[in-house]
Design a protein around this ligand. Sequence first.
Ligand SMILES: *Cc1c(COP(=O)(O)O)cnc(C)c1O
Length: 489
Amino acid sequence: MNNNLNSSQVGDMPKEEFRKYGRQLIDWIACYLENVESYPVIPDIEPGKIKNKLSPHPPETGEGMEAVFSDVEKIIMPGITHWNHPDFMAYFNSTSSGPGILAELLTAGLNVNAMAWHTCPSATELEEAMIEWYKKMFDLPQNFWGIIYDTASVSSMHAIAAAREQLAGLKIREKGMAGRNDIPRLRVYSSEQAHFSIDKAAVTLGFGLEGIRKIAVDESFRMIPGKLKEAIEEDKRNGWLPCCVVATVGTTSSTSVDNVDEIGTICNEENIWLHVDAAYAGTAAVLPEMRWIFRGIEKADSLVINPHKWMFTPIDLSLFFTKKPEVLKRAFSLSAEYLKGEGNATDFMDYGIQLGRRFRSLKSWFIIRHFGVEGIQKRIREHIRLAKEFAGWIDEHPDFERMAPTPFSVVCFRAHPKDVNDIDKLNELNNKLIDKINSTGKLFLSGTILNNKFVIRIAVSGIRTFEQNVKDAQNLIEQKLTELLKEEH
Ligand SMILES: *Cc1c(COP(=O)(O)O)cnc(C)c1O
């Protein structure tokens, strides 16, 4: 055994190199963000192309960072979808801001594990403080407790697990659900427009897909509370046990808003856990004029909002609030002797499936402090204004029509020239139109289906997206439709 290995043989990268490449990388990122518009928004590339360029073998001996950086340019960049591009207007765009990027860097530098208070007091206490900031920013009830998870899918899974734990008499924590004839089947309710993460949670937790009942929506794609009530009554008559209702504030396809107040009344009367999925749209509640979206939120048991969708936070960061943290804790805490902590401090590992946890709250702290609540409000308000202007343009255009209300910063529309009325023809036309637009590399839009109709969605939520980008999008959409109609004739 050689006990005299020096630091050039073991240990980390030499500190001079770390300094040098760290500076280079920051410069590179700054340059990338300044010039991101010069890249096509989505790469024009076949599946497998990137993998083929990567070495199939890990290098036997170490390489210099020059070689790695150079391959980022050569191999990785050609396969990058530029989420930070101002003309990325597909899905719910998620963009990272300067303070968010810097916080990610510091997070890796400190590399603490936020599993328990004593494994990093600052991480736990900053997370608790940020939860209180967000509650003030969204005007949420004082009795909401919160935790940061990675994604809304995971947040909602925890909500449904807590809803199940609330039915403590069933002893599911001890005995599980399978192979028992002493418990009824459990049901979760959501609207037909709810995100499929709810279905995944039902699958994961053993409810099965049959354990989800989809409630019909009205003409504006909002859950019909009367139908929810009927479904619950019918299920109870048939021996199901209602466990959880998921209301969506800002559905993924059309951004419709379920009536939390009315749904909440039903849930409270029936003693059913109400979870509110506001992954994208919740951020809008930083604006006093948008607080109506959470009317009745005090009736909800839990709520998820993703700052990584519309609050300029590098992915991932999802906020989970609940007024029953003790139920969540009952569902998930198992104490390991070696992790016994300080009696009255919070150990976030007790409130979820993960033990190891990233120091995500640092991103919140950097971003909120850098922009201020006012700065965030200005940006969100501007996105909503730009989307409303775009919607107005669609409404006035003879060849386009709007397909859903526009409460936030997403507009659902389609081309509908006067002489085309067949539903299949219109679906085909709009499919072709979106392909034609996206293949320019100048704009990236996504599509969805509403009432069997193919619909184009434009999301204005990027921190680098301004009025001119939306105007350019209008021109491109109009120009591509004109070209398409010419080709068809
Ligand atoms: C995006 C979205 C989700 C999923 O979010 P992840 O953080 O990617 O898991 C869930 N619900 C709604 C309404 C969404 O918009």
